[in-house]
Ligand binder design. Structure first.
Ligand code: TZP
Ligand code: MG
Length: 210
């Protein structure tokens, strides 16, 4: 397994209550960790701040118990409040520079990259790792721009030293190609959340990352 010391989390789970329905999302998270997930991101789009905070607190207890990092999507104040390991933002969210100005090094910063020109952005100075979004289009997130494909992922690999997280229709069929193309991490929603057995799905995905 090629492990990047800057991002030693090969299997990355992005979770929400909705994407796990009808299973209990917190139970899915726990099963996934036991199966081999290395990091979890909480990405709740429908919640108000109080509901998001409540979930973040509960998930933080779980990830602390198992000793893995927790990333919060978008909600930077909640991330800081619960002392999450990191924050993940997209191109149209709060910018990495603004996050760094306010929170210093308290939160690692993940940034979604949707076009190769974004590597030239000044924001890159404040980014710790990149979400390569999406590798393939996915019903889980419909408002994405172009697909990177494996070719685009390789192009990015040759253009930046930042850790790369491949996301978008990564599953048993696609995980290995993304990994072999140089991703430092593969991120999944449905391959684990919609699996009949999230623990086994995690273990099987992890086994593909060699
Ligand atoms: N960002 C880009 S694609 C995506 C996100 C959050 C969703 C990935 O979901 P799935 O089910 O693993 O394709
Ligand atoms: Mg966002």
């Amino acid at each position: 397994m090629h492990i990047n010391p800057l991002f030693p989390y090969p299997l990355y789970l992005v979770i929400s209550e909705r994407d796990c329905y009808p299973k209990n999302w917190l139970k899915v998270a726990e099963e996934a960790i036991i199966g081999g997930v290395d990091l979890i991101q909480l990405r709740e789009k429908a919640d108000d701040a109080a509901a998001f905070l409540d979930k973040a607190v509960r998930l933080k207890k779980l990830t602390d118990h198992y000793g893995i990092p927790l990333v919060i999507n978008d909600a930077v104040e909640i991330a800081a409040q619960i002392e999450a390991w990191g924050i993940h933002v997209g191109q149209n969210d709060l910018q990495p520079l603004a996050i760094r100005e306010k929170y210093g090094d308290k939160l690692t910063i993940g940034w979604s990259i949707e076009a190769v020109q974004q590597l030239e952005s000044q924001q890159m100075l404040f980014v710790d790792h990149l979400g390569v979004s999406p590798i393939f289009s996915t019903p889980t997130k419909r408002d994405t721009v172009t697909e990177w494909g494996i070719t685009g992922l390789k192009q990015l690999r040759n253009s930046t030293e930042k850790p790369l997280i491949a996301i978008g229709s990564i599953n048993f069929q696609t995980a290995q190609q993304a990994w072999n193309a140089g991703a430092d991490s593969i991120a999944v929603v449905s391959a684990i959340c919609q699996s009949a057995d999230p623990r086994q799905a995690s273990a099987q995905l992890k086994a593909l990352l060699k």
